[in-house]
Ligand binder design. Structure first.
Ligand SMILES: *Cc1c(COP(=O)(O)O)cnc(C)c1O
Length: 417
């Protein structure tokens, strides 16, 4: 039923598409919303063509138990994470917990922030499947952590992290949790974690267009702000302004952007713009959102989110888990390839590790191209995606809800040589 509805919403799908975790296939209505918005911008003027995304923001936020005002739309999951962590007001010496399976870009960002701001990165304990051990997390929280960053599902391994247990432990310890849901929202249940912030992306399991990522920040606390302030999400609150056209600001207040007032404390010599000032974030997650961006893609993303809700998240999750388990049982061991996660893991990310005794890079690339010859679109994951956790590159098979079982069998035949 889910598979049929998903396919019916798409007049075409790339043949043998098994790469939902890379870039999923948008529906016709999603594409129409993107193109329709671009046309509308041309007809009425870009700034006048503002899509009403309130219902979509509310539906998106509801997937993690948050509200529409907690949502900020950005350009990618990576941009969202950078905006969030780059502006996080952790003082020098702060301790940030991450697992070795954390996403490559997030690790790069954390390493840089740790160096620049003197944060300490602490490795959270995981088991052989790189699944976070809640008991180990509890002792580390007791030892003192200031932030925990966790990917609910990794890009390189279909293991579903115990987000609800992690969230409960972090809340009990008063430690903020950032949950990366790029690979889990639209794929598995993301409710009940109670995280401070969620980072996600459009084009994977929500099947939105490329070029959209998002933050959901139900736990916005004092001091949390975007890495860089911007008009649209911020207002001037104080400034020392120079003369404009020969007229200096008087000491006092003048209206400014966003309805807030600028207090100009000192006039300055003319012609040099603002010399001193302060930007205050607007209420809610709006402070993280860029006012300029691919507005048409955001409109398409809004439709994709509503379609996911209509399809029924719980039914989608169950169907995807079943597809993943079916794929692992079918593919594990074929041609010496081994599943990178437990066979019964309830996710539709299936990774396959190359057979022993062959050059892993060559084996992975060769399998991907043989699959392509058989009209099967699968992913490959390079070691850099999770350098501390991936010993070799792997194949990644990630069926969308509309995937055909026959394509999984065709892949088994390709790998069985
Ligand atoms: C894809 C992904 C990201 C980054 O999202 P982009 O939209 O590609 O920037 C972050 N974390 C995980 C786990 C991902 O799979």
């Amino acid at each position: 039923m889910i598979a049929e509805s998903w396919r019916a919403a798409r007049s075409s799908v790339p043949p043998g598409h098994l790469d939902a975790a890379g870039c999923n296939v948008p529906s016709d209505r999603t594409l129409d919303a993107v193109v329709g918005h671009l046309r509308h911008e041309r007809e009425v003027g870009g700034y006048r063509a503002v899509p009403d995304l309130h219902a979509s923001r509310a539906a998106l936020a509801a997937l993690v138990g948050a509200g529409a005002d907690d949502v900020a739309l950005l350009e990618s999951g990576t941009a969202a994470m950078a905006a969030l962590l780059g502006g996080w007001p952790l003082p020098p010496g702060s301790r940030v917990g991450v697992t070795r399976a954390e996403y490559g870009s997030t690790l790069m960002l954390l390493y840089r922030l740790a160096r620049l701001r003197d944060w300490k990165l602490l490795e959270l304990p995981v088991d052989d499947d790189s699944r976070l051990d809640p008991g180990g997390l509890a002792s580390m929280l007791a030892g003192g952590l200031d932030l925990v960053v966790l990917s609910h599902i990794s890009s390189h391994r279909g293991v579903v992290q115990p987000a609800v247990a992690v969230g409960r432990l972090c809340r009990a310890a008063g430690v903020p949790l950032v949950l990366d849901v790029c690979q889990s929202l639209g794929h598995v249940d993301t409710g009940g974690a109670g995280a401070t912030a969620y980072v996600g992306t459009s084009r994977k399991w929500l099947a939105g267009p490329r070029g959209v990522g998002f933050l959901i920040v139900p736990g916005l606390a004092g001091g949390m702000d975007a890495a860089a302030p911007a008009l649209g999400g911020h207002a001037w609150v104080r400034g020392e302004a120079p003369a404009v056209g020969g007229h200096a600001w008087a000491r006092g207040e003048a209206p400014a952007f966003g309805g807030q007032r600028v207090r100009a404390e000192a006039p300055a010599v003319g012609g040099h713009g603002w010399v001193k000032g302060e930007a205050a974030p607007l209420a809610g997650a709006a402070r993280y959102e860029t006012s300029e961006g691919p507005i048409a893609a955001r409109a398409g993303f809004g439709v994709a989110v509503l379609e996911h809700r209509t399809l029924g998240p719980a039914a989608v999750h169950a169907h995807l888990a079943e597809l993943g388990v079916t794929a692992r049982r079918l593919l594990d061991g074929i041609g010496g390839w081994r599943a990178g996660e437990p066979l019964d893991e309830p996710s539709a990310i299936v990774t396959l590790r190359p057979p022993p005794g062959v050059d892993p890079e060559t084996a992975v690339e060769d399998a991907r191209s043989r699959a392509a010859e058989a009209s099967l679109l699968i992913g490959t994951v390079p070691v850099g995606r999770a350098p501390a956790d991936l010993p070799t590159p792997v194949l990644r098979i990630s069926p969308s809800p509309g995937a055909y079982q026959e394509d999984l069998h065709a892949l088994a035949r390709v790998l069985d040589r």
